[in-house]
Design a protein around this ligand. Structure first.
Ligand SMILES: Nc1ncnc2c1ncn2[C@@H]1O[C@H](COP(=O)(O)OP(=O)(O)OP(=O)(O)O)[C@@H](O)[C@H]1O
Ligand SMILES: [Mg+2]
Length: 282
């Protein structure tokens, strides 16, 4: 069978993601790229960009769900096509709306988490190993969701679902974790709870490399080290978070003048007031 994946040069074994001039095209349109991107084991990346910027498309290439149309892509120190043959699903933990949408409503939370270790989603009829069940409970506990273990997925709130899906992504002790908008749909308390949990994970030297997609700088957990800003499929800037996350780069990315503030280890952004605007008289 011919392999449509771009042929890779010698992969660097220390790089989890190694993209050189990677593009993803659909219907004659460039969705994302050209992108050069390198992610190392101890790095925690945040990807920021407006709707349609190509963030999810980039995550799908990093999760080996889609092939780049062109360029060189190595994942987990393997050429892209070879790595796929080895089945990356246990080595890359994914939490995305697309995956969550495929979970049957009547799935038991423990089954959903433990089944990640068997690379299946949905009702799994085999007997699980007791060790795996214990690990699933541990993972739920690490996300503050152990009390949900016996609930059905369809009955959970949005925030509870997010925590369960991240527990599932952690279940296989992956080398790389890809989180596409995990805070979407959460209320303020839920968001803060998730940011704190992700911060704990980010600061844990034994945790996998993490790539987190978000629209909001308020959702960047302390401990994240790198950022990529994407606009219309292209990289505006990427590198160390403290270097690249600036009012200027955000303004360019979101095509409006943005004010960025930092309070402790958290970021806050808003649109700059337009100069010369008269106040309404009361
Ligand atoms: N399979 C596809 N075929 C054609 N166009 C697609 C396909 N998948 C995505 N697109 C388009 O590619 C662009 C980037 O989509 P993508 O989902 O990657 O954006 P995003 O940055 O994740 O946006 P959002 O913040 O809204 O989630 C969008 O214009 C989208 O409509
Ligand atoms: Mg998206």
């Amino acid at each position: 069978m011919s392999d449509p994946a771009p042929d890779a040069a010698t992969p660097d074994p220390d790089l989890l993601i190694e993209f050189d001039s990677v593009n993803l095209r659909r219907d004659g349109r460039n969705l994302v790229g050209p992108i050069d991107w390198r992610v190392e084991l101890d790095e925690r990346w945040v990807i920021i960009g407006p709707n349609g910027a190509g963030k999810t498309s980039l995550m799908r290439m990093a999760a080996a769900e889609v092939y780049p149309t062109s360029g060189t892509a190595n994942l987990l120190g393997e050429p892209r096509h070879k790595a796929v043959a080895q089945d990356l699903s246990s080595r890359i933990g994914v939490c995305s709306a697309a995956l969550a949408a495929r979970v049957p409503a009547d799935e038991l939370v423990t089954d959903l988490v433990v089944s990640a270790g068997y690379s299946v989603l949905g009702r799994w009829r085999e007997q699980y190993d007791g060790v795996d069940i214990a690990r699933a409970v541990d993972m739920l506990e690490s996300m503050g969701a152990e009390h949900l273990a016996n609930r059905r997925y369809g009955t959970l709130s949005e925030g509870e679902r997010k925590r369960v899906m991240i527990s599932r992504a952690l279940m296989t002790d992956p080398e790389l974790m890809l989180l596409d908008e995990p805070a979407a749909g959460l209320d303020l308390g839920g968001r803060e709870e998730l940011v704190a949990r992700l911060s704990t994970l980010a600061l844990d030297p034994d945790a996998p490399a993490i790539v987190l997609v978000t629209h909001h700088v308020e959702e960047i957990p302390p401990g994240f080290t790198h950022a990529m800003l994407l606009k219309e499929g292209e990289v505006v800037t990427q590198g160390l978070l403290t270097d690249v996350l600036t009012a200027e780069s955000l303004s360019e990315t979101f095509s409006q003048r943005i004010v960025l503030e930092r309070s402790g280890k958290r970021y806050f952004a808003r649109r700059a007031a337009r100069p010369g605007r008269r106040r309404l008289q009361s």
